[in-house]
Write a protein that binds this ligand. Structure first.
Ligand SMILES: NC(=O)c1ccc[n+]([C@@H]2O[C@H](COP(=O)([O-])OP(=O)(O)OC[C@H]3O[C@@H](n4cnc5c(N)ncnc54)[C@H](O)[C@@H]3O)[C@@H](O)[C@H]2O)c1
Ligand SMILES: O=C(O)CC[C@@H](O)C(=O)O
Length: 630
């Protein structure tokens, strides 16, 4: 098939570079001017008026040059600064500029005196740069521009392209008015709105295609690029009010992110996940097998919390979907709330406060005790249990704990081998066992009966761990003196009305699953989980994945990386290696990790290879997911 010749016409300011060059020049020339800020703002305003087509370009240029008061010597400073401000995706795709140099032009309403120097590093010679030129006076001060140049006039790019009379298809890539009008005028066949640096509504409206970076432009044009898949095409859905830092971090890396403040039902989730590659949730969204089997593109689920029982981890694995969580980010927050609640319960603070709120003054020491010297029983001596142990001891409590695993006692804490012994010994019992379904009703009627008369209980783990009805009876009968409950057997998907049998009981603190809901914890989670997601998407690392073989990969240097997830059945690896051998690939590294169900093999190969190998690898029997990274 004969491909029509394509001409790629780039704008300069805010497209090839991240900035408007004349704004940078203003910063240089006005450095010691007391009215600097005022003048710069005026220049920016004039630039924008010109870009949006609200004043003629000639007028915009004249007014800016007058305000600039620049000299020839300022231009070399400008050039060195602009070299540092090339758009990131332009910088990383030098190969395209090398291979297609004959077809690339710059048409700019800026000035050749600085553009030439910047773009020659991208293989674009001065002859293919169409731009204005300055006029200097005898003291080398810039006093104007060559008004004969078509680019100094309104709609100059249209005239310039007409005069160039290029053969073949003309694609214009730019961020403003002067670029998109070329399509309207019939001198460009396609207009790409380039939004890596600025997004202008009108430019987007008038575009055939939006290119958030050069990767996207190269991808749609099937041109060589230095990244396997434009990141803006990777769609991330974040549910349940995940801290905005996660959005910032993921969009900052180039992904397209949508946020929804609540969790979704199974059907809503199935619908919403169409075309989504990464899902971020907290504790409320149930990611069931039905949901997972319905998704075509999902690669990662990020649990922006500790618990992962809301996710069918096995079904994720079978579908080649990697799951990450944040195992420590909210530990401290839960511990602080537990400590606070233990004090509040033992001092009947909520009781006193409720009374006073309703107008009753009840100054009494009855049933109000210090926590110093009291016995604290921790069930589940994991990350939270252990940290609570240390802080509670520092406050003078005697700590006892029970765990199904061998856990080293911290400080002076005492390990108790039988739950029953712990229950009958302690003044306050606090639950921190994990969300294993086997822990359902772990503390029920019988266990509560074994507790001391007038003891307290705190549950910040999972709602199903504590039998709520049995707790209610124990509180009403006076067996227990109080309780703090943060988690419930059934929790709603969104904020709103809620009912629990514990409402209205004396000395019962009820909180809506906020143990981990602090600014600090949420910010930390919003840093930790996206870090893991990005490491997997960008390089294949699965370190800390909760359902997948963990692999920490070395950096990929000058290589293409094949990521192959397959069923761990005999013969798959042999078949993969047979295909790699048949295509005579130069393998620079191979890494394999397996568990009983899946194998994850990563092969780094030299960049030059027969691309048909990709199809062959996808066809290997037992393949679950395959992708290429570079
Ligand atoms: N309320 C909140 O907002 C909130 C926040 C964070 C964590 N959590 C929950 O807190 C719990 C603890 O979190 P973590 O990070 O300390 O978990 P972890 O996995 O570090 O510790 C859990 C400990 O419980 C032990 N355990 C499990 N089942 C047990 C049983 N039947 N008997 C005795 N010990 C048992 C485990 O061996 C482990 O040592 C989890 O359920 C988690 O989901 C709640
Ligand atoms: O913040 C959440 O949604 C859950 C908090 C907690 O239960 C967790 O599992 O980390």
């Amino acid at each position: 098939m004969i491909q029509t010749k394509r001409n790629f016409v780039f704008d300069f300011d805010s497209t090839l570079t991240r900035v408007e060059a004349l704004d940078v020049l203003a910063e240089i020339t006005l450095v010691n001017n007391p009215k600097k800020e005022e003048i710069i703002n005026e220049i920016i305003e004039i630039t924008n008026l010109g870009i949006d087509g609200k004043i003629s370009f000639t007028e915009s240029l004249e007014r800016r040059i007058k305000l600039l008061n620049a000299k020839r010597s300022d231009l070399s400073i400008l050039i060195s600064q602009l070299k540092e401000k090339v758009s990131p995706s332009i910088e990383r795709n030098k190969e395209f500029f090398e291979k297609f140099s004959e077809d690339i032009y710059v048409i700019s309403c800026g000035f050749k005196e600085f553009i030439d120097d910047i773009v020659k590093e991208y293989n674009i010679p001065s002859e293919r740069v169409y731009a204005n030129t300055f006029v200097f006076d005898e003291n080398d001060v810039i006093i104007g521009f060559d008004s004969e140049n078509v680019l100094s006039a309104h709609n100059g790019k249209i005239q310039c392209l007409k005069d160039m009379n290029l053969n073949g298809e003309v694609q214009v890539i730019g961020d403003g008015y002067s670029d998109y009008v070329t399509k309207e005028a019939g001198v460009a066949d396609k207009f790409f709105a380039y939004t890596e640096n600025v997004e202008r509504e009108k430019t987007i409206e008038n575009a055939d295609h939006i290119a958030p970076n050069l990767d996207e432009f190269l991808f749609v044009n099937k041109l060589p690029r230095n990244i396997s898949y434009p990141k803006n095409r990777i769609k991330i859905l974040l549910l349940e009010n995940i801290h905005p830092d996660a959005f910032q971090k993921l969009t900052g890396d180039g992904f397209t992110v949508e946020t929804v403040s609540k969790s979704l039902s199974e059907d809503e989730l199935i619908e919403k996940l169409k075309g989504v590659h990464v899902l971020g949730i907290r504790s409320k969204t149930q990611v069931t097998k039905k949901v997972l089997d319905s998704t075509k593109k999902l690669m990662v689920v990020g649990a922006f919390c500790i618990g992962t029982k809301q996710i069918d981890l096995e079904a994720c694995k079978e579908n080649g979907i990697v799951v990450f969580n944040a195992p420590y980010s909210n530990t401290r927050s839960v511990v602080e709330l537990a400590i606070g609640e233990i004090i509040m319960l033992m001092r009947s603070v909520f009781q006193r406060s409720m009374e006073l709120h309703s107008g009753e003054w009840n100054k009494t020491a009855h049933g109000s005790r210090e926590i110093r010297g009291k016995k604290l029983g921790i069930v589940g001596y994991g990350n939270i249990g252990k940290q609570l142990s240390v802080l509670a001891e520092a406050l003078g409590m005697d700590v006892y704990y029970y765990d199904v695993e061998d856990r080293l006692a911290l400080g002076n804490a005492t390990r108790i081998d039988q739950l029953e012994d712990l229950l009958s010994r302690v003044d306050v019992l606090t639950l921190h066992i994990d969300d294993n379904p086997a822990n359902k009703n772990f503390i029920g009627k019988e266990e509560l009966e074994l507790m001391k008369e007038g003891a307290y209980i705190v549950n910040l783990s999972r709602g199903f761990v504590l039998d709520i009805e049995a707790l209610r009876d124990a509180l009403l009968s006076g067996k227990l003196a109080g309780a703090a409950v943060d988690v419930y057997p059934k929790e709603p998907r969104a904020n709103g009305e809620y009912y629990t049998e514990l409402q209205g009981l004396n000395n019962v603190i009820l909180t809506p699953h906020v143990g981990g809901s602090t600014e600090e914890a949420q910010r930390d989670i919003a840093d930790f989980v996206p870090g893991k997601i990005m490491a997997y998407i960008n390089s294949g690392n699965t370190v800390d994945a909760v359902n997948f073989p963990n692999i920490r990969l070395p950096r990929q240097v000058q290589a293409h990386r094949f990521l192959h997830i397959h069923k761990n059945v005999p013969g798959v690896m042999a078949e993969i290696n047979k295909v790699l051998a048949e295509f005579e690939l130069n393998i620079t590294g191979q890494y394999l990790s397996t568990d009983s169900k899946v194998g994850y093999v990563i092969t780094d190969v030299n960049k030059e290879y027969n691309k048909k190998v990709i199809k062959a690898l996808k066809k290997v029997e037992g393949t679950i997911k395959f992708r290429v990274l570079y």
